[in-house]
Design a protein around this ligand. Structure first.
Ligand SMILES: [Zn+2]
Length: 417
């Protein structure tokens, strides 16, 4: 889709400048001081006075096939085992249309909130087969003009157990019928290290990127992340690698965590923190001094690792919350992850693009015009308030706009959200 020329007028950047932005052929062509961009008849314009203009967010780790199930499938224990039990209980009775309908609705919400690129895992293997992969491939086809959707084949059955050969065959089938990346959850396998090696073998053979659920438990001895780094460094694995969660790194002693982080940096592996889900799922057995379930964000950043942040579960048994909004994830990266607001926003935007292999976005000439305008006076206010009023531009085209009208009693002074 080639978008018509577009001008975004009078927005404030994250660093506070008032600017007019001209967009042509899907890219930013000019950024000039606010009020100075000459009007041209062929260019549509949007007045963004009172808005902050940001690189659009991207989602590095979602489970679109499970989205919007929280009301139907409660997690009785609130932990990871309870979530898996809940999802397995409902899968046999779930129709293909149900998966497709929820996925379509959830991705639509994400687009409206500003996501222009999304990576979603799709359960596959065992009796579930390829249904989730096929549903997400259909959503990608339907909404491809509005969002880029990467699909990770997430093996939900063991590849190192007695039926491992069949499950690995199904992983190959998933990659042949719409999945882009190899995924899995080795820490749940009978032989985690062997499973990691298998996933890399399949990805190397088929030329695919890898995104594994990694060490999603508060057990310091779990070392899947270090094994991933070892494989990349010893084999020269040439494709992109992401490690999601990496919770164990956050409970290891500092020296061990820093050693691993240096290897992860050397291997070029991106780490994806999922603060909301891991704050919800982990450490439920501890009633005091609870580990936070977060990876060691500062240690990873110090080592030079790309740290992206995802929302992971969009209202399902693994996390019944989530507004499907990167500003919510960024807020958690400030309050729970202890990042400054600009670094927190980078973790949900350009750090994600690095992990996913996309071109960076800047408010500067030449940049892809994937932009989010939020009605707020600053980046901090946008992250804190998460205002509903937004304009989303992807590839230079307006793909979503949300407007809200608030009417207060005349006796009250006007406020903004
Ligand atoms: Zn996940």
């Amino acid at each position: 889709m080639t978008a018509a020329p577009l001008a975004l007028l009078g927005a404030r950047t994250a660093t506070g400048e008032l600017v007019d932005v001209a967009i042509a052929d899907g890219r930013i062509s000019q950024v000039v001081p606010g009020g100075t961009l000459p009007a041209t008849p062929a260019t549509a314009s949007r007045d963004l006075t009172g808005y902050v203009l940001l690189p659009a967010p991207a989602e590095p780790h979602a489970h679109v096939d499970k989205a919007l199930l929280a009301d139907r499938v409660p997690n009785r224990t609130g932990d990871l085992a309870g979530a898996i039990e809940a999802i397995e209980a409902i899968y046999p009775s779930m129709t293909d249309d149900d998966i497709l309908d929820r996925a379509r609705r959830a991705v639509s919400i994400a687009i409206a909130h500003g996501y222009t690129q999304i990576r979603s895992h799709a359960d596959c293997g065992d009796t579930h087969g390829l249904r989730s992969v096929q549903a997400l491939a259909q959503v990608r086809k339907e909404l491809g003009g509005l969002v880029d959707l990467q699909i990770v084949a997430l093996m939900r059955a063991s590849t190192t157990g007695p039926d491992g050969a069949n499950q690995l065959a199904m992983l190959r089938d998933a990659l042949a019928c719409g999945a882009d990346l190899v995924g899995g959850a080795p820490h749940l396998e009978p032989d985690p290290m062997r499973a990691i090696g298998q996933f890399f073998d399949v990805a190397g053979e088929l030329g695919r990127d890898v995104d594994l659920h990694t060490d999603e438990e508060t057990v310091a001895s779990t070392a899947g992340l270090a094994e991933m780094a070892r494989i990349v460094l010893t084999t020269g694995f040439p494709h992109l690698v992401s490690a999601g969660h990496c919770v164990s790194l956050g409970v290891q002693d500092e020296a061990t965590a820093r050693r691993t982080a240096e290897q992860v940096a050397a291997a070029g592996i991106a780490v994806i923190a999922n603060p909301q889900t891991n704050l919800y799922l982990q450490a439920r057995d501890d009633v005091t001094r609870k580990p936070r379930g977060l990876t060691a964000i500062r240690v990873l950043l110090d080592a030079g690792v790309t740290v992206a942040a995802g929302s992971d579960n969009w209202r399902d048994p693994f996390n019944p919350m989530s507004r499907i909004d990167a500003l919510e994830t960024a807020s958690l990266m400030v309050s729970a992850g202890h990042l400054l607001p600009d670094a927190a926003y980078r973790s949900v935007s350009d750090a994600v693009r690095e992990a996913m292999g996309y071109e960076p976005v800047r408010i500067a000439p030449g940049s892809p015009a994937h932009l989010l305008a939020v009605q707020a006076g600053s980046l901090v206010e946008a992250i804190a308030a998460g205002p509903a009023q937004r304009l989303v531009v992807r590839g230079g085209a307006v793909v979503a706009q949300t407007t809200v009208t608030t009417v207060l009693h005349p006796a009250l002074v006007p406020v903004t959200a």
